[in-house]
Write a protein that binds this ligand. Structure first.
Ligand code: CP
Length: 330
């Protein structure tokens, strides 16, 4: 963070991301977005899916637009899929290299934004370790510019939430009868928050959050969810199981966090532990995955696993989001 910049927490993110007519201008959080908009985005994303082995969907709907990918935290999936999504829609895509960007030399976020404005960037895709950065940028850009949150500290990861929703919908259909279990480091997980908020909006039957007590969330974060510290109880009759890695980069003090062997024994998802879930339950993981810690390697590669499908759906969802925000730019 630049010495003079702070990114105050705000409660107006939900309104900040919508235009006066209710259309999407920025995507900062799934919290507060209504069901109709989420369903529209998922329906749009489906239009970009193609059978494995065929050429990917392409259009020129973003021709002339410029997208800047600003990733100030590591990423494989999100960055690559935003890059592909922009290019497949015909946009010019600028991938700023974190390690060589002038933010490393102390340049403020605002100076970086004003520099990109001078280059006519229309959409900024932002990942940052500090909470509040995407909304802070959204408050400082010109009217026609959109900000897309690509992962904000432990707060929110809305496109990951959307791709998780799309993956679940394609396998399970209606959300109302489903039990979804998210297992792992819920406390530090932006994915659990975004996927959880989306599931709530789409009316999931039951959301369970399973973790050691030291990694349990504040119950006020996702008040509709049921918290478990026993894996077998939490997995019982689940339709969908989402494994999360331990976010060691966000944990200052490891006291109370089990070691690897103990963690896998108590909270690792394995074929044996999945015996308690429904027989047709699907296994998901947002990645990056630590095989043998939060998930058994054989289970990650099993027919129940839809982990690589999540990646495919991620490109389609990001194409849908890019198209949607670009509609209000003309
Ligand atoms: N799921 C996810 O955000 O992965 P990356 O960190 O690789 O982008």
């Amino acid at each position: 963070m630049h010495a003079t910049e702070t990114y105050p927490a705000t409660d107006d993110q939900a309104s900040l991301q919508l235009n006066a007519d209710g259309s999407l201008r920025h995507l900062l959080t799934l919290e507060g977005l209504d069901k109709a908009l989420l369903v529209d985005l998922l329906d749009d994303a489906v239009q970009f899916l193609r059978p494995a082995g065929s050429l990917p969907a392409r259009s020129q709907s973003l021709a002339g637009r410029t997208i800047a990918n600003l990733f100030f935290e590591p990423s494989t999936r999100t960055r690559a899929s935003f890059d592909l999504a922009g290019k497949r829609l015909g946009a010019d895509v600028l991938n700023l290299d974190v390690n060589t960007s002038s933010r490393k030399k102390g340049e403020s976020i605002l100076d970086m934004i004003y520099t990109l404005r001078a280059m006519h960037v229309d959409i900024m895709v932002v990942r940052d370790a500090s909470a509040g950065v995407p909304a802070y940028i959204a408050r400082h850009v010109d009217d026609h510019v959109s900000i897309l949150n690509a992962g904000e500290s432990d707060v929110s990861h809305p496109t990951q939430g959307l791709l998780d929703l799309l993956t679940i919908r394609r396998h399970k259909g209606e959300f109302s009868g489903l039990t979804v279990a998210i297992v792992g480091d819920i406390l530090h997980s932006r994915v659990a928050r975004s996927t959880g908020h989306g599931l709530q909006t789409l009316g999931v039957g039951e959301l369970r959050l399973i973790s050691p007590r030291a990694l349990a969330p504040d119950p006020a974060d996702l008040p509709f969810a049921k918290l478990y510290d026993n894996l077998d109880e939490g997995l019982r009759d689940a339709d969908v199981v989402i494994a999360l890695r331990i976010q060691r980069e966000r944990i200052g003090n490891l006291d109370g966090i089990p070691g690897i062997d103990e963690y896998f024994a108590n909270y690792g998802i394995s074929q044996a532990r999945m015996e308690g879930a429904k027989s047709d339950a699907i296994i998901m993981h947002p990645g990056p995955m630590n095989r043998g810690i939060e998930i058994e390697s054989a289970l990650a590669d099993s027919p129940a696993s839809v982990i690589t499908e999540q990646v495919t759906n991620g490109v389609a969802v990001r194409m849908a989001v890019l198209e949607r925000v670009s509609r209000s730019m003309d």
